[in-house]
Ligand binder design. Structure first.
Ligand code: PEP
Ligand code: MN
Length: 346
C-alpha cells in the first residue's frame, strides 16, 4: 500500500502517517519525491484498514498495491480449484457443467418432469428455488421446505445433483441437509452474516454476483466463505444493473476471464438472469462457454408460459436440448467437454 501525500504536506503530517502505520503494526518507508512524498506500507497481510490513513491530514491518496482479498486470489493458490460434487461431477476442471431447471419448484409434477427433461438433454445438476427472493411480497415466494423435499425426490428419480438457494440462516441449515450445492443469490452476495454461516456449512456454495457488485466485491464475498473454512466455492456471473432497458441486466461476459485471472475459483454463467429474455439466453450461454465459463446455469421449465416466476427468460425444453448440442461443439473447440449425466453419453 502506498500513501501519497499532498503537494506541500508538512513534515509533521508525514511523521503522523508513519506513526499510524507503525501503530497498526506495519513498517513505513517514506519516499520523498520532487513534487510530493509517498509513504510505503510494508508487511500488508491483506487486512489493512485504509480508512485510518485516508482521513489523515496531508494525505491525498491511498493506493492499494496488493489485492484486498487473499485466499481467493491466484497469488495465494496458482492452480485452479476443482470443486468435487457427488457422482464424480467436478466444477473447475476440464468439464463444463450444466445446471438447469425451473426458476422455482412449483409442484411435484413440474419438478420431476423438469428434472427428467433436463437430464435427457444432458444436464448434470437440477436447479429450482424452494425459497424465492422476489421483488414484490405478493409474488410467489416458493414452497419452502416442501419444495426441498420435492427436489430430493427429483434427485432420487433422476440421479441429478441439486442446486437450490438459501436466503437466511435457517434456510442454510435445511438446504445443506438436502442440496448438493447451496446457492447464495445475488441479493445476498453481501449479506456477510449469511456468508459466514455458509462458510461453515459442509456443502459447496454457489455464490452469485450481486446486481451492483464489482468483481472485487464478489471476490471479497467469496473470501468470507474461504475465511470460514469452506473452500468449495463456485462463483456465478448473472448480470449487473445497467442503464439500458433492452435486457433485464447487463450480462458481463468479461467477468469470466477477469475472474479466472484474479482467482483460482471456478466461475459459471447464468445468462437467464443475465439477460431476462429467452431468445437472448441461448447466444449468451454459447458465448459464456466460449469465454471459458466452468459451467452454465439455465432456467428451463416443462411449460414456461405457466411458470410462477421468470417465465420470460425460461427456455422451452427443445431449446435447451438444442443449446446442449451446441455447447458440446463449442467446448470441444476450446479443449473442454460438457459433463454428461451418469449413464448418458460417452
Ligand atoms: C435464481 O437463481 O433463481 C435467482 C433468484 O438468481 P439471482 O440471485 O441471480 O437473481
Ligand atoms: Mn429465476
Amino acid at each position: 500500500m502506498l500513501i501519497v501525500m499532498r503537494h506541500g504536506a508538512t513534515e509533521a503530517e508525514v511523521r503522523r502517517v508513519i506513526a499510524v502505520i507503525e501503530e497498526m503494526g506495519y513498517k513505513a518507508r517514506p519516499m520523498p519525491g520532487a513534487q510530493r512524498t509517498a509513504v510505503g506500507l510494508v508487511g500488508n497481510d491483506g487486512r489493512v484498514d485504509a480508512s485510518r490513513l485516508e482521513g489523515l491530514p496531508g494525505v491525498q491518496d491511498v493506493i492499494h498495491v496488493s489485492k484486498p482479498y487473499k485466499q481467493v486470489s491466484r497469488e495465494w493458490k496458482s492452480e485452479n480449484t476443482v470443486v468435487r460434487l457427488g457422482g464424480a461431477v467436478t466444477v473447475g476442471g476440464p468439464e463444463v457443467v450444466t445446471i438447469a431447471g425451473p426458476c422455482s419448484v412449483e409442484s411435484e409434477r413440474q419438478i420431476i418432469e423438469a428434472a427428467r427433461l433436463v437430464k435427457e438433454a444432458g444436464a448434470v445438476i437440477l436447479r429450482g428455488g424452494a425459497w424465492k427472493p422476489r421483488t414484490s411480497p405478493y409474488a410467489f415466494q416458493g414452497l419452502g421446505r416442501p419444495g426441498l423435499k420435492l427436489l430430493a425426490k427429483a434427485r432420487e428419480e433422476t440421479g441429478l445433483l441439486i442446486c437450490t438457494e438459501a436466503m437466511d440462516a435457517d434456510g442454510i441449515g435445511y438446504v445443506a441437509e438436502v442440496a448438493d450445492i447451496i446457492q447464495v443469490g445475488a441479493r445476498n452476495m453481501q449479506n456477510f452474516s449469511l456468508l459466514k454461516i455458509a462458510g461453515r456449512a459442509k456443502k459447496p456454495v454457489l455464490l452469485k454476483r450481486g446486481m451492483s457488485a464489482t468483481i472485487e466485491e464478489l471476490l471479497l464475498s467469496a473470501e468470507y466463505l474461504l475465511a470460514e473454512g469452506n473452500h468449495d466455492v463456485i462463483l456465478c456471473e448473472r448480470g449487473i444493473r445497467g442503464f439500458d432497458t433492452a435486457t433485464r441486466n447487463v450480462f458481463d461476459l468479461t467477468a469470466i476471464p477477469v475472474v479466472h485471472k484474479l482467482s483460482h475459483l471456478p466461475i459459471i454463467a447464468d445468462p437467464s438472469h443475465g439477460t431476462g429474455l429467452r431468445d437472448k439466453v441461448i447466444p449468451m450461454a454459447r458465448a459464456a462457454v466460449a469465454a471459458g465459463a466452468d459451467g452454465i446455469m439455465v432456467e428451463v421449465h416443462p411449460d414456461p408460459e405457466q411458470a410462477l416466476s421468470d417465465g420470460a427468460q425460461t427456455l422451452y425444453p427443445d431449446q435447451f436440448a438444442q443449446l446442449m448440442r451446441e455447447i458440446r461443439v463449442i467446448a470441444d473447440v476450446i479443449g473442454r467437454r460438457v459433463a454428461e449425466p451418469a449413464g448418458v453419453g460417452a
